[in-house]
Design a binder for this molecule. Structure first.
Ligand code: SF4
Length: 179
C-alpha cells in the first residue's frame, strides 16, 4: 500500500477532507440491516445495487474481512430543497467513483467504494445486475452490504441520528475499502 499521506492527498484533491481511517474489522455487519432493506425500503428489487442483487449477509461479512484498511468519508449536508438530496448524492457519488479509480490506479487492485446513496446514475434503474446500464460503475451502499452504519460510524466517533423530517441536516457516509 502506498503511504497513507499520499492517499489522503488524493482524497483532499477530490474535495473530500472529512474522513477517518478505520479498521475494517470494526465494520459491523448485521442481519437486521438486510431485513430493513427487504421490508421497509422502496429500492428493494428496484435498484440493481440493492438487495436482492447483492450477496447474502455472511458473504458480505467475509468481504470486509478481506481488507486491512478502510476509510470513512463523512458528508454533513442540509439542503434548502430536501427534494434535491438525490441530485446532491449523485454529484458526490460521481466524484467518489473517480476517487476509487485514483486509488485503484495508484496500486490498489482491491479498492472498492461503498456509496452514500443507492445508485442513481440512470434516470430509471433497470433493477437487475444483468441489465445494468453501467455495470462497471454501479456500486452498492454500505447498507446494501448489510453494514450497520449507525454502530460503525459511532464507534469511529462520527455523528449519526435518525431524522424525523427531510429538512434536518443529514450525516451521510461512504466507505472506501483499500489494501
Ligand atoms: S447504473 Fe443505472 S441500471 Fe445500473 S444500478 Fe445504477 S441506476 Fe441502476
Amino acid at each position: 500500500m502506498v503511504p497513507k499521506q499520499i492517499l489522503e492527498d488524493m482524497f483532499r484533491s477530490r474535495g473530500f477532507a472529512d474522513f477517518r481511517w478505520i479498521d475494517p474489522a470494526s465494520i459491523v455487519v448485521a442481519e437486521w440491516v438486510r431485513m430493513k432493506c427487504t421490508f421497509g425500503c422502496g429500492d428493494f428489487g428496484r435498484n440493481a445495487t440493492c438487495p436482492p442483487n447483492v450477496p447474502p449477509v455472511p458473504e458480505c461479512e467475509r468481504f470486509f474481512r478481506e481488507y486491512s484498511e478502510a476509510v470513512l468519508f463523512h458528508f454533513a449536508k442540509k439542503l434548502a430543497k430536501p427534494e434535491d438530496r438525490h441530485f446532491w448524492a449523485k454529484e458526490v457519488g460521481r466524484t467518489l467513483l473517480e476517487l476509487e479509480r485514483d486509488v485503484f490506479v495508484s496500486g490498489h487492485p482491491k479498492a472498492f467504494m461503498l456509496m452514500l446513496d443507492s445508485c442513481i446514475l440512470c434516470e430509471t434503474c433497470t433493477g437487475r445486475r444483468s441489465t445494468c446500464n453501467e455495470p462497471r460503475l454501479a456500486r452498492p451502499t454500505p447498507e446494501a452490504m448489510a453494514v450497520d452504519v449507525f454502530s460503525t460510524v459511532r464507534t469511529a466517533g462520527y455523528p449519526i441520528q435518525v431524522l424525523s423530517d427531510y429538512g434536518q441536516e443529514m450525516n451521510r457516509y461512504a466507505f472506501l475499502l483499500i489494501e
